[in-house]
Design a protein. Structure first.
Length: 253
């Protein structure tokens, strides 16, 4: 049964709700609004590699020069082969010539990203094989028969993987600490470089380019002696990736 009575018609266009306060915060700006754009801090933005740009490509060329320079500035460091030997003083330590070229290349790959970072290492290898003697023992196409070329290939592979995955170090969706991620990424990158290098040495020995009696000596010189320093240096450099990006913020981002 429908009761008859006055019907109240409200014109909502004239109600106060139809005219919100102009000084009130708009709905899209509210923190709990679905339409609110994410507010990313500067530190969050430098957790990701820069986009490809003209400035980025110019910086990449300067980084390429840095990689080349590192190969010509070796330092003398105690060889890990001294472990287990008793020496009376520092002069009796067996020293080795070490170059920071590999850690710097991995640093630039992580800092510049999968395209520009990998491109730096690729250009370095390509120029050394074609035009300029940029490598430790020269250059040119015949360098592919040298024992150290496999480590250059390993650096190229490690740079590509590190450039694509390094941003995951700063993600917080898992329970793994950032320090552990840095340790694992630096260790895996160095292991990849030396793993490819040792396998390449095996291939050279199988094809007769390297004699088997000399194979052990090359592994000791190129892997056993240098791998600890490579890992420590790479770990320290990767810890500074965001700081380097911040320093180059106005140019890269």
């Amino acid at each position: 049964m429908v009761k008859d009575g006055p019907i109240s018609i409200v014109n909502r266009e004239n109600t106060p709700e139809a005219f919100p306060d102009p000084e009130a915060e708009p709905m899209w700006a509210a923190e709990d609004s679905v339409l609110s754009p994410p507010r990313r801090t500067l530190l969050h933005r430098v957790s990701y590699p820069p986009r490809v740009s003209l400035n980025g490509l110019l910086i990449s060329l300067l980084c390429l020069l840095l990689v080349v320079m590192m190969g010509f500035i070796p330092v003398n460091l105690p060889s890990p082969l001294n472990i287990g030997h008793t020496v009376a003083n520092y002069q009796q330590l067996q020293l080795m010539r070490y170059s920071f070229q590999l850690p710097v290349a991995l640093l630039l790959a992580a800092m510049m990203g999968p395209f520009m970072g990998t491109g730096i290492v690729f250009l370095f290898v390509a120029l050394g094989l074609s035009f300029f003697p940029l490598f430790a023992n020269g250059g040119g196409w015949l360098y592919v028969t040298q024992p150290g070329f496999g480590y250059l290939l390993g650096t190229l592979f490690a740079a590509s993987i590190l450039g694509r995955n390094f941003h995951k170090v700063f993600q917080k969706h898992d329970q793994v600490s950032r320090s552990l991620k840095l340790i694992s990424q630096s260790l895996l990158a160095v292991l990849l470089v030396h793993g490819v290098g040792v396998l390449y040495l095996v291939g050279l020995a199988l094809t007769g380019q390297v004699l088997w009696p000399e194979w052990t000596g090359w592994v000791l010189r190129l892997t056993v002696e240098t791998a600890p320093y490579d890992w420590i240096s790479t770990f320290v450099f990767l810890c500074l990736v965001r700081q380097f990006r911040l320093a180059l913020w106005l140019v890269l981002y």
